[in-house]
Structure formats: C-alpha cells, structure tokens
Design a binder for this molecule. Structure first.
Ligand SMILES: CCc1ccc([C@H](C)CC(=O)N[C@@H]2O[C@H](CO)[C@@H](O)[C@H](O)[C@H]2O)cc1
Length: 821
C-alpha cells in the first residue's frame, strides 16, 4: 500500500490499540497484566462497538429524517453465532485490529474463540433471520429485527457413550458486550382476564379487554452492521419481567417463595428457547412466548409510527412486517386489537391495513410443524384475540361460502378453525389470510405449497403465494469463515466481491487453470489441516487431511436422512473388510447436529453414528481408509470451521421435505461438491452450478408422492440390494452395539416395514452416486474444475439477492447496494 496509506493504517492501528487499552482499563476495569482472554475480548468488542454506534446513531437519524418505510422482521429465533469477527469485518477494521492486538501480545484468533455463540435459534429458520438482518443493513433498508432475549439459547450438546445429553446454554454468564438495555422501552403484555363491551361517544360499541395478568417486556438493542458499515440496523430483543418483582406483603408474612412466584412466572417467558425445530411443543408457555414478543413488537412499532406520522391509519405505507413462519402469527390478531379496540378504527379498514402491512414466510411443509393452538387455551389466555379470530373466520367463510364450489369439505379446509381434532386455531391459515403476500423459501417448496398445504387457500387468493429462494451472507460464510479463499477470489474478481456477489462468475474462466486449481486446492488442504487439529483436540480422532472429507452437518431429523449416509458407511466398511487390497480412496465421514430433546428416534440416530464410528475407527483392517466421526455441540461457530474444509456436502433429504436448506449454499460457495436429491434449493443450485458439477440422485418429489401412495414397505428395495440388506443386518444384529445387540432392531424394522422417508428406496441410487463421487475425486483436475465452478456460480445465493427481491416484491422499500451512497 502507498506510504500515505501505511501511514494511515499505522495511525489506525495505534488509535485502535489505544482505544482497546482504554476500554480494558475503564470499561473492563482490568490492567494489562491482569487481563484474561475474555477481558481482552470485551475490550476489543467495546472498541469496535464505538465505531458501530457512530454509524448506528446516524443511520437511525437518517431513517427518521427521510421518513423511509421500515421493515420489521418478527422472528422467535435469531441464530446469530459470534459477532466480534463479523463486526470487525463489516466495519472494515479487522486487519488493523489484529495488528493492534498483536502489538499488545494478544492474538485475535484467541479472542475469537472465547466469545460465546448467541444460539437464539434451532437451525435453518433462525440462521436465515440472522443472515437477513445483516443483508438488510448492507442494502441500507431501515429495518428492525424483533425477537426474544432468551436467558438460555439452544441447549449445549454433550455426547456420552455415544448418546446426546442436553445441558443449559448460558451465553449471558459473562455478560454481552454487544447489547444495550433500554430501561425506558417497556411494554405491558396482558394475559387471560375478561372482556367488557362499552359504548363509545359516537354510540358505537367497543370491546375492552381487561387482562387478568400482566408481565412487562423490556427491550435490549443490538446494533447490526452491514457490509462496509453502510447502514446499521437494530435487533430489539424482549426480556420478560414481573410488574412487581417482589410481593413484599407475602415476603413480610414469611412466604418468601410465594413472594417470588409472580417474578418466576413472568421471567419464565424469556427463560429458554424451545429446542424443537419441527414438532410444536404445543405448551402454554410457547404460546405465551409467541404473544409476548408479538404484542411487545407491535406496541413498539405502532408507538414509533404514531410519534413519527401521527395517524395509525398510514401504518401500511410506512411499515412492512414480515412473519418468520407462523410463530409470530398471533401478531395479526394483536394488530386488529390495537387498531379496532385501542384506536377505534372500523373493522374493515383495520383489516385492510393489517393485510397491507403483514407478509408471511413458510419454512416447512411437515404437517407436524404447522402450528395449531387449542381453542380453549386461546380463549383462556387471549380471550379478546380469540374473539377477533372468530370474526376474521366468520367474514372469511361468509365470503367463500358464496362461491359455487363451497362444499362443507371445502369450507372445513378453508376455516381458521380445525374442527377435526378438538377445535384448534390454524396459525398458518391466520398468517395466510392476514397477509398480502405469502412466500416459500425455494422454487420447489413454493410450488409444493400451492399444491399441498395451502392448495385451498391459494384457490381463493391466486397470486398471493410467491417464491423467495433463500440466501446466505457472504461476509460471514465466505470472507470470515474462509479468508484465504476470499483473497484468492478477490485477486480474480476485485475487492467488490462482497458488494456484488455476481462478480464471482468471472472465476469460472479459471476452472481449468492448473495454477489456480493448485492454489485453490492448497487453501482447501490448509483448512482441512485446521479442522483435523480441532477434531483431534475435541474427540481425539486423527484425520488424514488428504482423505475425502464427506460432511453431513444439520439438525438430526429422519427426513434429512442421516441414516441413509450411515448405511452407506456400513456398506463401504463391509466392502473394505471383504476386499482390503482394492485401491480404496481414504474418506472421512463427518457428522454433527443436535436432536430435539424429546425426539427419541433422532437421538438414536446420533447414537448409531457414534457406535458405527467407534467400530470403524478402531478396526485395524481398515488401515484408516474410512473414518466416521460425530462432532458434539454443532453450532454456527463450528459450522464456520467445518464448511471451508469440506470436499463433499451431504444434502440427501427425502425429496419434497427440505423446504430449502441453506447449508447446501454455504458448502457450494466454499467449493464443496454436493451429493443430493432434487429437493429444496438443491434444484436451483444444480441449475446454477450445472448438472456436471453436482451429484444428484434419487426419487423426485413427485416420485416420492407416487411411491408413498403405493406403500412404504422397504422389503422389496432391501431384497433388490444385497449391500443394503447386509448393512441393515449388521446394524440390527448388534455389530455396532455389542453391549446392547438389539439397540437398533426397532430402527431397522421401521426402515423395513414403515420406511416413510424412503431410505431403502433411495439406497442404491445414493450408493451409486457416491461411487461417481469417487471416480471424480480420482481425477483431480476434474474435481477442482467442478469445485471452482461451484464457487463461481453461487453468487445468486447471496442473501443480498434474496432481500432485494423481498424489498421489491413484498415490502416495497428501496435498496441501496453497498459501496454506493
Ligand atoms: C414449532 C416448532 C418449530 C420450530 C421451527 C420450525 C422451523 C420452520 C424449522 C426450520 O428451521 N425450517 C427450515 O427453514 C430453513 C430456512 O428457510 C430452510 O432452509 C429449511 O429447509 C427448513 O427446514 C418449525 C417448527
């Protein structure tokens, strides 16, 4: 860099060094000699935070001044991970900070590791919300994220004797340097109680809800910087507390525990994240969480609207509220309550404002994941909202019952109330009716929404369902996770790679360039060495960095078919033992993922992966040709370590069941080749990277449907496949569980007689696809050609592209691409 610039950087480094020292002394209250790595982390975090706050306050000011329409992203989950490296990267001060710390004898990489993950989410939905927040800031959209500040995020997973054990996660135990408590922002949240009808001065009747219980929602704000610090948005997370923290009367009468009951009851609302990512817990506390944050968020944004624009009637012009799945859908009834009951807006006008303001994203078609709440519970907990839902439904059904094909069956399917299993409110129907736009998260998923779960609703609102294929932020998942690859790519496409991801296409021209291939491969190998060290350190298994790293990391679920992957491992294990001297390719199968605490089959699958690994990894006959490892406590930070080191990305869900997937995008961007089914976004990844550069196999979504209608017995498939039947037999007979031979009998029987996820039907196709992977791996120039073409063609999967589409088609707000003011 020219002298002036080094001078400036020198100055910057010195300035940052002094700032960190000042923070350590005056904010952390520690001397350099006494400071722990965590102290240095906090001092460094507070230093970059100063920079962030500068732009944050001016972003807030400019949004106010320009009267721009705001986007409100309501999500019960934000799977943020760590923020230090992301803040330093987005504020473009990571190199200077690394140098400043080095001058103080501190390694930034060490500080990176001491930060706890903010694990306020289960999986895909939560991580997508975090990527979207960063992209909305990068595109200078005036946006707020609203969620819950759980005291305890997703549980910590420990593996003991191959089994998952759950431990409370405690991310706040060392405090959180990124958040600002907002004691002045407190919203009362009511529950229960009764409703009175009173007459308004204009003679109209008004419903007045008198809650039986009130808790307070207290705001905590976290600034979210976009790329180049272009714009800083706010993530406002609500924490629950009691109106009355201590019932002194009870305390003084000696009932010390009783005196705290209200407090415990209130605070339990934001105590812990529900660990289920498909099956609703269906518990009252979950509904309390959903209403708590939906009501606090609406009260807050309506208050802001009125303070800026005076009249709540213009809300839809100045606010777009995105519902991240049905979890915040009660917000629709809450806005109607606010407009009709608190602002005397006539019902129809209120409904028009509501529909124009809300939009809803569906993230799963799994029937068990579609939330429904028992009417009696809703009536007891939210009596006024249940009334409003009844009226919405009555007007809705009245409208459709006028139509020719309004059969009883059709009305029942269209109704907000499911009468079939005890009366339950269908939150997906409420979200659909109360929104002007509804979207799926991949083209296949959005199409399936129209033909399955939302078929009837689609027919009364044609065109309401649209598609917004997911994306990922390239700042975290390329630059921060794989800096070496990023700088190699920037040499080719220039340093505006993170401003406009589509420049990556330029890299395609170098796919067959041997020196570029060499440098690309060298970076992969270095990342694999780093991962091998982490694996050795965490689970004591030694990995060969020249082996093919075959990676399957995501939540454990039967539809994600980790079992199919394990069966292939067992089949290969048997083969290598049978033909030890064939020229086998060394391979490592890396698994990681959490199972919902109550999901026993998923927990058994974790045990099977560990049991199979234990036998294979210690079998001398294998000569290290195959290793199977399960890495505990999969989270955002571990993903950032594993993905840059992956050669093969496992995306093998039963077609039609994975709404999109986003891990698939992260792997392909970092140059791993995908082995997968035509499911979710795999389809669009194939369309962009080219079918020669991805290993697609298995039944399509339509074929799955057809197959299921013929029955889900696996015996035919097993009979047709000796490798499959042999693998199943060895698992069922206890080869991998000598201490409990029948441990997997049930699992194998389910695959044999009730194979709903069609593992047996897809086994041979999967097995053959894995063989094709091997053939490509042997031909290194061909392998690296495909790897480079994957990276080159993944630009479209940037969440900047996804957010720009939401902004244009759903929210109707302008975007300002980064690098351009
Ligand atoms: C009520 C319990 C519950 C909790 C979370 C969920 C989420 C919708 C599950 C989820 O994370 N879905 C994933 O969303 C990703 C982002 O769109 C998609 O890429 C994944 O395919 C989808 O499984 C369902 C049910």
């Amino acid at each position: 860099a020219p002298a002036a610039e080094t001078q400036a950087i020198g100055e910057d480094v010195a300035a940052i060094r002094d700032l960190i020292l000042a923070k350590l002394k005056y904010s952390v209250g520690k001397s350099v000699t006494a400071a722990s790595p965590h102290d240095w982390f906090v001092a460094t975090a507070l230093s970059v935070r100063d920079k962030v706050v500068e732009s944050w306050l001016s972003s807030i000011e400019s949004s106010k001044r320009t009267g721009r329409k705001r986007v409100y992203y309501l999500s019960l989950e934000f799977l943020i991970g760590r923020l230090l490296i992301d803040a330093l990267t987005n504020m473009e001060m990571i190199d200077e900070t690394r140098a400043a710390l080095a001058e103080l004898g501190v390694d930034l990489e060490t500080l990176r590791e001491v930060e706890d993950d903010a694990a306020l989410g289960n999986g895909g939905l939560g991580r997508l919300a975090a990527c979207f927040m960063e992209s909305m800031a990068t595109l200078s959209i005036a946006a707020y994220g609203y969620g819950i500040r759980y005291d305890h995020g997703l549980f910590r997973q420990r593996i003991k004797n191959g089994r998952q054990l759950e431990y409370p996660e405690d991310w706040l135990s060392f405090g959180n340097p990124w958040e600002f408590q907002r004691p002045e922002i407190v919203c009362p949240i009511g529950f229960g109680g009764h409703i009175d009808t009173e007459t308004r001065p204009d003679g109209e009747l008004r419903q007045v809800w008198h809650p039986g219980e009130t808790v307070e929602a207290l705001a905590y704000d976290t600034p979210i910087p976009g790329w180049r610090g272009a714009h800083i948005n706010t993530l406002r997370l609500w924490s629950a507390r009691a109106v009355d923290p201590l019932r002194l009367d009870q305390f003084n009468s000696g009932d010390h525990i009783g005196a705290l009951m209200d407090r415990v009851r209130a605070e339990s609302i934001s105590k812990v994240l529900y660990p289920g990512d498909t099956t609703p817990a269906g518990q009252e506390l979950r509904l309390r969480q959903e209403f708590f944050f939906a009501s606090a968020s609406l009260q807050d944004l309506v208050r802001r609207h009125i303070s800026l624009y005076g009249d709540v009637r213009t809300l839809a012009d100045k606010a777009a509220i995105q519902l991240n799945d049905t979890h915040p859908a009660i917000a629709i009834a809450e806005l109607m309550h606010i407009l009709v009951d608190l602002h005397d807006i006539p019902w129809d006008e209120a409904w028009a404002i509501t529909q124009a303001t809300f939009s809803y994203t569906n993230h799963t078609l799994l029937p068990e994941a579609l939330e429904t709440w028992p009417v009696p519970l809703m009536e007891r907990l939210l009596p006024r909202h249940m009334q409003i839902i009844y009226l919405i439904n009555a007007l809705h059904l009245a409208k459709v019952s006028g139509e020719p094909d309004a059969t009883g069956h059709r009305l029942a399917a269209l109704s907000l109330i499911d009468e079939s299993h005890g009366r339950r409110v269908r939150m997906g129907h409420l979200a659909f009716l109360g929104s002007h736009k509804v979207n799926g998260v991949s083209q296949l998923h959005s199409d399936l929404m129209k033909t399955t779960v939302f078929h009837d609703l689609e027919s009364i609102a044609p065109g309401k369902i649209t598609n917004k294929t997911n994306g990922i932020t390239f700042r975290r998942w390329l630059k921060e996770a794989n800096p070496a690859l990023t700088s190699l790519l920037m040499e080719v496409v220039g340093d505006n790679l993170l401003d406009n991801a589509m420049v990556l296409e330029k890299v395609a021209a170098l796919a067959d360039d041997s020196s570029f291939q060499e440098r690309y491969a060298a970076i992969r190998r270095a990342n694999k060495m780093t991962l091998a060290r982490l694996v050795q350190q965490r689970i004591g298994v030694k990995l060969n960095p020249d082996a093919l790293f075959d990676v399957h990391i995501k939540r454990i679920h039967e539809y994600k078919r980790q079992v199919l992957n394990i069966l292939e491992a067992v089949a290969i294990y048997e083969e290598i033992r049978a033909q030890p001297f064939r020229d086998w390719i060394p391979r490592v199968k890396i698994f990681a993922g959490k199972a919902a605490a109550s999901y026993t089959t998923a927990k058994l699958i974790i045990q099977l992966a560990n049991d199979v690994g234990k036998v294979i990894n210690s079998d001398p006959a294998l000569r290290g040709l195959l290793k199977v490892v399960f890495l505990p406590n999969y989270n955002v930070s571990l993903a950032e370590r594993i993905i840059p080191a992956a050669d093969l990305s496992e995306q093998i869900s039963t077609a039609g069941m994975e709404a999109s997937g986003t891990g698939n995008m992260k792997f392909a961007l970092n140059g791993a080749l995908t082995i997968g089914t035509l499911d979710g976004a795999n389809v669009e990844i194939m369309e962009h990277v080219g079918s020669p550069n991805i290993f697609i196999f298995g039944l399509t979504a339509d074929e799955v449907e057809a197959k299921r209608s013929q029955g889900i017995n696996g015996q035919d498939a097993i009979a047709r496949s000796p490798k499959l039947s042999e693998a199943l037999e060895s698992i069922a007979s206890g080869v991998f569980s000598p201490d409990e031979p029948h441990r997997y009998r049930g699992l194998v029987d389910a695959l044999t007689y009730h194979d709903f996820f069609l593992v047996t039907a897809d086994f041979d196709a999967y097995y053959n696809a894995q063989r094709a992977v091997f053939r490509r791996w042997r031909d290194k120039p061909a392998w690296w050609r495909s790897a480079i073409l994957n990276t080159a063609h993944m630009g479209w999967f940037s969440s900047d592209r996804t957010i720009a589409e939401y902004a244009e088609e759903i929210w109707n707000v302008p975007v300002t691409p980064p690098g351009r003011k």
